[in-house]
Design a protein around this ligand. Sequence first.
Ligand code: A3P
Ligand code: MG
Ligand code: MG
Length: 378
Amino acid sequence: KRRAQEADVAEPRNKLARPALSLPTDPALYSGPFPFYRRPSELGCFSLDAQRQYHGDAHALRYYSPPPTYGQGPKFDLRDGYPDRYQPRDEEVREGLDHLLRWLLDHRGQLEGGPGWLAGAIVTWRGHLTKLLTTPYEQQEGWQLAASRFQGTLYLSEVETPAARAQRLARSPLLRELMYMGYKFEQYMCADKPESSPDPSGDVNTNVAFCSVLRSRLGNHPLLFSGEVDCTDPQAPSTQPPTCYVELKTAKEMHRPGHWRSFYRHKLLKWWAQSFLLGVPNVVAGFRNPEGFVCSLKTFPTMEMFEYVRNDRDGWNPSVCMNFCAAFLSFAQNTVVQDDPRLVHLFSWEPGSPVTVSKHQDAPYAFLPTWYVEAMTQ
Ligand code: A3P
Ligand code: MG
Ligand code: MG
């Protein structure tokens, strides 16, 4: 039986060692002890405005402002304002790593970790790492990650699979409204200023985003990644990011033990992976009834999520998620040997199969923009 470690044999990068051709994803191969994961520290942040323009500041950060806990519970109508007060982001625009690269370009001179830290790091979106973490348990959606090495650094940028694109273009009216409802919940729970209250009368514009940029390390892989943050809690015990951040989520109201079980096995895994990577300590869930109203809230501490599936044979295991991610990063580091911003190794995965690789030059897969490559070459 092949063991997870075998994918690591080409470490360190060595032109004589032949990298593996594929990487298996079976959970049983990754059930070792939990690997080292450095406590993520925030290096900086940026905001995207209503026109999706980049700003090197925190103006889009919102403040956690839950309803009072006394009296009746909330009655948030998540369908209110749909579709007339909805300004959805144009999903045809492929942004790749652009916003993160803009931040990196502006701050490359001030990075901690010493000279050469960036050259040994992996740069990507938190959302891409989330997909890697959940891969051993994912049975529905595959992914593709494009990888390029430039000045030593390994950049990873997701490519929309043909199946995902087809699904997006065929998204049903019901699903579109459900997407809106997730953002509408944020509007009911967040204020624009720490001392003010939520204002659900305005538009829901999904171009707006606050992104935190963090440094971490998984095993021997230094990481620099960015992730969208829903809000900060002005009353959090520590005001230091990312520990003051709060992730907001909606889920269906559940009434039978079987519904909760399934929620713990599937949704909670994704919530855990997303928030654990960034170091967000709490996820606040709003449960919506069939009429689209949130009438109850529940806080799930990220570090307690695994307890819901610890004794479940069909549950997930954080060690498996992190060990697989580490194995994938080693696999990618060993595969992408040539330093060339126009060369792309495309890692592809479909449920039930191993991760495979193909090699491409320039368009359509190259993703490091000329403005970035030229500025970094100065
Ligand atoms: P939910 O929180 O209710 O899932 P996030 O939770 O990551 O902050 O995202 C906010 C909302 O964006 C989600 O609300 C959901 O409505 C929408 N969303 C995020 N990822 C999505 C995806 N992969 N497909 C569809 N909608 C998504
Ligand atoms: Mg969000
Ligand atoms: Mg959220």
